[in-house]
Design a binder for this molecule. Sequence first.
Ligand code: ADP
Ligand code: MG
Length: 507
Amino acid sequence: MLDFAFDPPAPKVIEGARFKWELVIGLEVHAQVTSNAKLFSGSSTEFGTEPNSNVSFIDAAMPGMLPVINGFCVEQAVRTGLGLRAKINLNSAFDRKNYFYPDLPQGYQISQLYHPIVGEGEVIVEMEPGVARRVRIERIHLEQDAGKSIHDMDPHMSFVDLNRTGVALMEIVSRPDIRGPEEAAAYVAKLRQIMRYLGTCDGNMQNGNLRADVNVSVCRSGDYESFMDSGDHTCLGTRCEIKNMNSMRFIQAAIDHEARRQIAIIESGGDVEQETRLYDPEKGETRSMRSKEEAHDYRYFPCPDLLPLDLDQAWVDSIKASLPELPDEKKTRLIKDFGLSDYDASVLTADPESAAYFEEAAKGRDGKTAANWIINELFGRLRKERREIADSPMSARQLGQIIDLIAAGDISGKIAKDLFEIVYSEGGDPAEVVRSRGMRQVTDTDIIEAEVARVILENPAQVEKAMTNPKLIGWFVGQVMKATGGKANPKAVNEIVSAKIAPVDSV
Ligand code: ADP
Ligand code: MG
């Protein structure tokens, strides 16, 4: 069971010249559906291929071509809805959103305005351990992506690449429940994490596979409470929509800037105009793209080429039964089963690959030790090389074996780090590496005693001092460790040195 305190931290407050203002934010997130084929054609969705190589007659909108729905994309949308604890609408339908753009050969986008496939749901966004905000989802609909216009390849011509045309998108619309820039980023991160667990969107923001339109308004504090009581949007300030954000950092910067711009307008007696704006990361500001007056009239109407989408409850139930364990549940379980801290569990469940790696390395072992090795050593090492856990040169099995060698007393913690480095960069079976390189810890007391005796014999002056200053015992331990190349069992060395150099007052 998940255990959160909801809606705790106060919303972000910005001090204007005259008043204090609160932020109100709602996001429309476009997530590219993970699928081999497009929403209404069999063309490949592969990224980065030769321009216009994944374009069928349907994608190019040749006259007379008819769209055919890709059942897998529908399944992915349903899976996403279930993962967001949302209502699945068994009856939905597609609509045409008409507009002209060179990268949209049909002259309309097929979307779902009136009857979306997924209804109300929620996302729990944890802001600090145990403290979370609930962001309500209004709807998720399926729609086609557009192509790409390229204006910067030639001084006189523009180009169009239709590879992306017709790729399935899920538009996930939130309620205006988000109250600050950090929360907005945390919300997108959580959506991304859940969809990556579900396998419904790869969350690659750089490639534009996950991007958000960010709606921002500002209000005085009482106004938001009346909105929450009545659900009446008119209690809120006029919003602006910042289009197409595909970086967590820019989302936060754009919200902060946009809120301050609106506050300055209102405080100087003006009115915020509802409009679509673009964020310019270089200038760090938003600028107007189109205002409500020039907003498109999309003349939506039901798409006559597609039948309404009627789903079977039994089919939805079977998808529900096959859902993987989701991040919140997994985190709670790792804390419980492996005794991990909240922080460690969050880091390890950030993506499904890390969680799977941890579970394999920790199985039947001390979870805390496995977590430390993964978070401190492995992640640090991978980061240095900008590698993902999925292509870690060290497998979870190998790391588990290293942990076993430490637990069995075969190697010391210090030698384990050397072993880690060798196995990471050269591979191999850890136990075999320890054997062939003579890294096994020396626990044989005869060998240790001989080394201790030698160090004592060679350093009479130090022995003299250690007799009256027990702290110097450490120096002898260090010498023995050095002489054995760090392989002597430090505990055994300590005991033997202490026994041999007994301080005078204890004799
Ligand atoms: P439209 O029908 O014009 O697209 P919606 O009501 O569907 O408007 O809202 C679009 C997005 O804007 C949603 O994510 C919603 O949460 C958000 N939103 C609506 N009103 C506000 C507001 N006053 N401030 C911030 N975001 C808002
Ligand atoms: Mg809308």
